[in-house]
Design a protein. Structure first.
Length: 319
C-alpha cells in the first residue's frame, strides 16, 4: 500500500513537472508569436502620437518620436515624408542627410530617397552642390520616360520648377520626340508665367491629333484674357500657317483667335481660305457668320452669307 502510494506520488510529481514545462514552453512561443504584434501595435501608436504632435505644432516632440521610430525599417514608409519635412523645417540638415544616407544604403534604387538628398542640399543653401547633384540625376534618368516624369513631378511639387522643366526637356531631346510632355511643360511654363512657351507647347499638343483642338481652345480661352495675349497668339499662328499651310489645326485656331478678338472680317478671310483648301463647302465661313450675327456685326455676317450663296450653290450651306 505504501509502495502504491509512493508510485502514485512519484507519478503526480512527474506530471506536475511535465505541466510546468509545457506552460513554460507555451509562454515562450506566445511571446515569440505575440511580441512582433505587440511591437507593431506600439509603433503604430507612437506614429499616431508623433503625427498628433506635428498637427498641434509641437515639432520638437514630434521629431524626437520620429527619430526613435526611424530606427525600425518597417516604420520608414509610414514616417518618411513627415520626418524629412520636419527636419527641414527645423533646419536639422545634418540629421536629415545622415537619415537619408542610412535609408539609401538599405534601398539604393529608391528614386525618391535620391531626390530627397538633392532637396536637402537646396534647403540648406548649398545651391552649387544641389545643382551638380540634380543634374547628375537628370542625366541618369533622361533615357527613362517614366522616371523623368516622376522626377519632374517631384521637383514641381517642391517649387523647383526650373529643374522640373530641365528634366522633361532633357528626356525629350534624348528621345528625339519634340511632342513628348507637351501638356506637362505647358503647365510648368504657365506656373512660371512664360506664356509664349506655354502656348507653343499647347500648339505642339494640338498638332498630334485634331481631337485635341477643343481642349486647347478651352484652355486658351481661360488663360489668355488680355488683348495683347490674344494678339501674340494670333501673330504666332500666322507664322505657323505660313510655315506649314497644310496643318489644318493652325488655320482652325487662327480663325478661332480672331473671333475671340471680334475681328470677324479677318476670321472670314481665313475661313474662306480654309473652306477652299479643305473642301468644306462654306462650313467654316458659316460658323463665322453665325458668331458675327450673334455679336451684331451684321455687315460682316451679310458679306459671308452672300459669299456662301455665290460660291457654294446646291450644297447644304446654301441659303
Amino acid at each position: 500500500m505504501v509502495i502504491y502510494q509512493h508510485i502514485n506520488m512519484t507519478y503526480y510529481n512527474d506530471y506536475i513537472i511535465y505541466l510546468i514545462e509545457i506552460i513554460r514552453k507555451a509562454g515562450i512561443w506566445i511571446a515569440l508569436l505575440c511580441g512582433p504584434i505587440l511591437l507593431m501595435g506600439q509603433n503604430h501608436a507612437d506614429i499616431q502620437l508623433a503625427n498628433e504632435y506635428l498637427l498641434k505644432g509641437d515639432k520638437k516632440k514630434a521629431v524626437e518620436l520620429y527619430r526613435d521610430l526611424s530606427r525600425g525599417d518597417s516604420n520608414i514608409p509610414l514616417i518618411h515624408n513627415s520626418y524629412l519635412s520636419l527636419m527641414l523645417d527645423l533646419g536639422e540638415y545634418e540629421e536629415a542627410q545622415n537619415y537619408l544616407r542610412k535609408i539609401t544604403r538599405r534601398d539604393p534604387e529608391n528614386m525618391q530617397y535620391k531626390l530627397d538628398v538633392g532637396l536637402v542640399y537646396v534647403r540648406s543653401g548649398d545651391i552649387n552642390k544641389a545643382d551638380r547633384y540634380l543634374r547628375d540625376i537628370i542625366n541618369e534618368v533622361k533615357s527613362n520616360v517614366q522616371l523623368s516624369k516622376m522626377m519632374s513631378d517631384y521637383l514641381a511639387a517642391r517649387s523647383l520648377i526650373d529643374y522640373a522643366i530641365i528634366v522633361l526637356n532633357e528626356a525629350r531631346q534624348f528621345q528625339s520626340n519634340p511632342f513628348l510632355f507637351c501638356l506637362d511643360l505647358a503647365m510648368l511654363y504657365r506656373i512660371q508665367g512664360q506664356q509664349d512657351k506655354m502656348v507653343r507647347e499647347y500648339l505642339s499638343y494640338v498638332t498630334q491629333s485634331s481631337a485635341n483642338i477643343q481642349y486647347v481652345k478651352n484652355v486658351m480661352q481661360a488663360l489668355l484674357t488680355k488683348p495683347e495675349e490674344l494678339e501674340s497668339l494670333e501673330k504666332l499662328l500666322y507664322e505657323k500657317v505660313q510655315a506649314t499651310p497644310d496643318v489644318e489645326v493652325y488655320t482652325d485656331l487662327l480663325i478661332w483667335v480672331t473671333m475671340q478678338q471680334k475681328n470677324f472680317y479677318a476670321s472670314f478671310i481665313q475661313a474662306r481660305a480654309y473652306d477652299k483648301r479643305y473642301k468644306k463647302e462654306g462650313e467654316k465661313s458659316m460658323e463665322v457668320a453665325k458668331v458675327a450675327l450673334d455679336n451684331q456685326d451684321y455687315e460682316t455676317a451679310s458679306k459671308i452669307y452672300r459669299y456662301v450663296i455665290r460660291e457654294f450653290p446646291g450644297t447644304s450651306n446654301h441659303l
